[in-house]
Design a protein around this ligand. Structure first.
Ligand code: NAP
Length: 268
């Protein structure tokens, strides 16, 4: 990932700067979430990195630059499907007086499961992490005592699977479509609080998640997936830079949208 320096391009005066903003990012220990944390810190934000794995979180933190003395990066190892653990951390942050200008829900899990193998409760763990945890944290960071004075920007990592279909992707698509639908209603409901809510829908990005996907185990299937993307597969930073924009004041009139970042996957 090519790094750029805040001062070199006068980002502090730029509407694209995240200077002075505090941003909570889930999934910050890996892939897209990690890249978003790095790009947001480069743009001047203080990062609250949420993930499960302590070591991977520590690695993320070691890669976050500090452009100013008041940039304060912190990490939290938390199981996001455990509502009580989320509440415990958020309550203590509220008591500390932490206020968030942004929240990115990048933590997510995927599966490929044909309908014949689905059981009535197959969707539960996927809904719980991909959707419910994001909504739960949105509720926390938009509380009167936690939302930044100038408002906040919420970004959910959806997927092109929210707008197109693929065999075996019913469960994953359901969760990503739910984020898309939820973001629109939240955008309307939270606008009076100066809170914007948007989704980013990536195509296939090279991360540990896509590396574990069924198509990555088979050369022919991988070539098929690569060919679906006219610009080739994405890199985590391709998504991270879009996210920096949505979190910044440059996007102050953008809410309820779905930013498709997919190397042309859905242009066909
Ligand atoms: N990669 C793609 O091709 C692609 C395409 C479209 C959309 N997306 C979406 O983009 C987001 C990021 O994907 P990615 O490729 O970066 O995935 P990834 O590399 O597998 O990272 C997933 C992250 O989610 C965290 N996580 C998983 N289960 C959790 C749990 N129960 N509690 C707390 N954290 C948990 C992981 O934490 P630990 O590492 O600590 O376990 C990790 O930080 C996901 O929402 C995904 O659906 C990805």
């Amino acid at each position: 990932m090519q790094r750029w320096k805040l001062n070199n391009i006068k980002m502090i005066e730029s509407p694209f700067s995240l200077s002075g903003k505090t941003i909570l990012i889930t999934g910050a220990s890996s892939g897209i979430g990690k890249s978003i944390a790095i790009a947001c810190a480069d743009a001047g934000a203080s990062i609250f990195a949420f993930g499960r794995d302590q070591e991977r979180l520590a690695d993320t933190l070691s890669k976050l630059v500090c452009n100013s003395d008041n940039q304060n990066h912190r990490s939290f190892a938390v199981e996001l499907t455990d509502d009580d653990s989320i509440s415990e951390i958020m309550k203590s942050l509220e008591e500390e007086g932490v206020r968030f200008s942004g929240f990115v829900h990048s933590a997510g899990i995927s599966t490929t499961l044909p309908l014949r193998s689905m059981k009535p409760d197959s969707t539960t763990p996927f809904m719980k992490l991909n959707v419910d945890a994001g909504i739960h944290l949105t509720k926390w960071i938009t509380r009167k005592k936690m939302v930044a004075e100038n408002g906040s920007s919420v970004v959910f990592l959806s997927s092109v699977m929210s707008v197109v279909g693929e065999s075996g992707k019913t469960i994953y698509s359901m969760t990503k479509g739910a984020l898309l639908s939820a973001s629109r209603s939240l955008a309307v409901e939270l606008a009076p609080k100066k809170v914007r809510v948007n989704c980013i829908s990536p195509g296939v990005v090279e991360t540990p998640m896509s590396g574990k996907a069924v198509y990555s185990r088979n050369e022919v299937a991988l070539k098929y997936v690569q060919d679906l993307h006219p610009l080739g597969l994405g890199k985590p930073e391709d998504v991270a830079y879009s996210c920096v924009y949505l979190l910044s004041d440059a996007a102050k009139w953008v809410t309820g949208t779905n930013m498709i970042v997919d190397g042309g996957y859905t242009a066909r």
